[in-house]
Design a protein around this ligand. Sequence first.
Ligand code: ATP
Length: 435
Amino acid sequence: PVRKKDVLHLMARHLPKRTVQVLRDLGGAGDSLELPVYAVGGFVRDLLLGNENSDIDVSVEGDGIFFAETFAARYGCRVKSHIKFGTAVIVFPDGFKIDVASTRLEYYETPGALPTVERSSLKMDLYRRDFTINTLAIRLNSADFALLIDYFGAYRDLQEKSIRVLHNLSFVEDPTRVFRAIRFEHRLNFAIARHTENLIKNAIKMGFLEKVGGRRLLNELMQIFKHSDPIGAIQRMAGFGLLRFIHPDLVLTTENLRVIEEAKKVITWFDLLYLGQRVENWVVYLLALTSSLSDDRFWKMCTRLAVSEHYREKLIELRIHGEQVLEVMERRVAQHEPVVPSEIYFWLAGLTPELLLYIMAKSGNDDVKKFVSLYVTKLQHVASSITGNDLKALGLPVGPRYRKILDRVLAARLNGEVLTREEELQLATREIDQV
Ligand code: ATP
């Protein structure tokens, strides 16, 4: 049903001119080597859906590395190749990248041995993929440029908005596909097909999910949490009983669902502020989802997810620090006495944006939220103009009083007690004399 003409039309409509030219050039390089070349996978899926996707994956029926090197030589690109996997990345001078895979692998098991050659067709190659919607290919060679190849009914599934595996053992072969199914369902606003859903339930029941390595699980979770609104996907994971593979005690309660929903609101708010500070949304969502776990269990979860030791310690430290600050703020609010800006500043200074957002999401208290919001929008940018050198010039002997006096001046600045450098210096002088 999809003709070349339609694909050309989609390309003209959804792809930058340059991308279309690169696709033609790839086909041209294939022509001269007499190798069939295809664009495959997510790129084709997204083209047919009219979604933007600049990650071009190319499959060559033959030696993909040789193909990549030939293409690169012709167009002044660099190539990074992985001989063992028969894959290469073509890197254009401006950094634009194209991934190339071979359907024919040729590698040396040991030095001096004969090469092992694995031959496979495009169809076999596509058959190894996770879902039908990712098995589409577009031929790039000039004679057949823009010919859509659909071996497994992918086009129908795209139209039906259906996530479907290619065979019954798919989740047994690779259980991480369970998380991928949920991610695609949520991101594309598709539905996992009934039979595929049953296969997921079965794979979970049979214990295959326990075999997923921590690193791969973390990767899939990160991808899910990078979505601007992952709540539907999180609920879906909970519905399948998948959260226990993150930690045996992790469940979705009304309380952590509230924190996750708040997290979404504060992330949106923060993005709209355009402060130029980058926030790793996935960290905020991971903290929110696991906010009910004890420190000890959170640590075990990080180990399970193979978070690097360095990052794990940082994450735990942050989390503990965040909880402490939250407690201090909530206690202070309960006293019903006015809170001055400098107090807020010293509570929150040095916390990462992720943690600030987590604190806002976790606290059910409006005053606490206002404090964090004031810090993020105003207080964190306040600085006093005097430095240690100024104190030295005023004759203060080097020692611990430096920090104290500088903090005192900064506090005065934050609270509006001093407005100019002059006033700051006067205050510093008074402080120095006060012994
Ligand atoms: P995205 O837009 O999220 O990058 P994508 O389809 O490009 O979507 P990737 O995770 O980059 O997703 O994977 C690239 C391709 O590799 C996919 O089209 C998919 O078919 C295939 N793939 C990735 N992971 C698996 C897996 N675990 N099992 C089978 N195929 C996979």
